[in-house]
Write a protein that binds this ligand. Structure first.
Ligand code: GLU
Length: 388
């Protein structure tokens, strides 16, 4: 057996999502807020276009890095919405953003190369780096400093083996967006370390609140060549089950990633890509969903913050409530298990994201509004019961 894989952690998101599904078989009242998955249906025009393509017989290999209409559409979207100038020939359409990350990390790292991850971080960065033979280097961002990126933290982690830095804004799990001064820190870091690539996972980039805007590092000309942008359709257009993501990068990374793609996937399905092309015409639907997430955020976080010993900073983007606890000396795992049993609400323990300094949990608020309200009230009741 492959030793690297036998030591790899399973995906905590998928473990807890499965756990919720298992519990729901005997107790349909269990509320699963572990996985970040929009409850909205994929906009009709996308599904209709895919169905049309299917009935037209688009069911064969579509050899190439993506159909030209889709790659062109992505290049245009990146240019107009994100300020990223990327030749459409350097765009790779992948099965989800996760696979885009997998390919890019494999394209960049050699055995033993170091890749920096900023904790708290999404659960799959570390295993992907390990799968590529790289060494994950965790930089713990300070919760007392609002998880801000600092030059000192990055410089303390960098070595002559560092080849990659992974950032994810809007952030999963904290809900923070990248602020201009932090983007300056990242740019200066890349300029000081010309052998380092930056992978910017921007999959939540359309889900931002209070009129704020998500920043793209690939829009900074001084470092654009070394920025690999990952994005996808799962979160912004409610297409999680379609597995449609993409990678925009320089020619060198593209060519290496595309070789691995050819040998592992061959190609993406044509009918699904023809559906995804329609996503660029779904601005109204994207905005409608975003506005609903904002209302849900306000309600859900509002109830959580009314609970003694519970604190949640209002997320600026994505659809996660990142909750800190100060209850009866319980740690993240204990609170998570307690709420799962007592409140019948499944969330994620903060330790899954590398947060060990403060008891914490992540709840997705991409569920239906009434379900979220019930979940928040059940959490409140369960925590209040601890004080009796
Ligand atoms: N990215 C989502 C999450 O963090 C979906 C599950 C996963 O891929 O980890 O919940």
């Amino acid at each position: 057996m492959n030793e690297k894989l036998s030591q790899m952690k399973p995906s905590a998101s998928l473990v807890f999502m499965t756990r919720a599904k298992e519990m729901q078989k005997t107790d349909p009242g269990v509320i699963g807020l572990a996985g970040g998955e929009p409850d909205f249906a994929t906009p009709d025009r996308i599904s209709m276009a895919a169905m049309r393509a299917l009935t037209e017989g688009d069911t064969h290999y579509v050899v190439g890095p993506g159909i030209p209409e889709l790659r062109k559409g992505i290049a245009k979207k990146l240019r107009e919405e994100n300020g990223i100038i990327c030749d459409e020939n350097c765009i790779l359409v992948t099965p989800g953003g996760k696979n885009a990350i997998y390919l890019a990390v494999h394209a960049i790292l050699n055995e033993g190369d170091e890749a920096i991850i900023l904790d708290p971080a999404w659960v799959s960065y570390e295993p992907i780096i390990q799968a590529a033979g790289g060494v994950p280097v965790h930089v713990k961002l300070d919760n007392r400093n609002d998880y801000r990126i600092t030059e000192a933290a990055l410089e303390a982690a960098v070595t002559d083996k560092t080849r990659l830095l992974i950032v994810n804004y809007p952030n999963n799990p904290t809900g923070r967006i990248l602020h201009e001064d932090e983007a300056d820190v990242l740019e200066a870091f890349l300029l000081r370390h010309p052998g380092v690539y930056l992978l910017s996972d921007e999959v939540y980039e359309r889900i931002v609140y209070d009129g704020k805007q998500s920043l793209s590092m690939g829009a900074r000309p001084a470092v654009a060549e070394r920025v690999v942008t990952v994005n996808g359709f799962s979160k912004s257009v409610a297409m999680t089950g379609w597995r449609m993501g993409y990678l925009a990068c320089c020619k060198e990374v593209f060519q290496a990633a595309y070789k691995l793609y050819q040998h592992s996937l061959s190609c993406m399905s044509g009918f699904m890509q023809r559906g995804a092309v329609e996503a660029f015409k779904c601005q109204r639907e994207i905005e409608d969903m975003r506005a609903i997430y904002e209302q849900r955020r306000n309600m859900f976080v509002g109830i959580l913050n009314s609970i003694p010993g519970v604190h949640c900073t209002l997320p600026e983007g994505a659809f996660y409530a990142w909750v800190h606890y100060d209850v009866k000396g319980m740690d993240s795992a204990a609170i998570c298990e307690y709420l799962l049993e007592k409140a019948r609400v499944v969330g994620m323990p903060g330790t899954a994201y590398g947060e060990y300094d403060v008891p914490s949990m992540r709840f997705s608020f991409a569920n239906a509004t009434d379900e979220l309200e019930t979940a928040a009230n059940r959490i409140k009741e369960a925590i209040l019961a601890l004080y009796k």
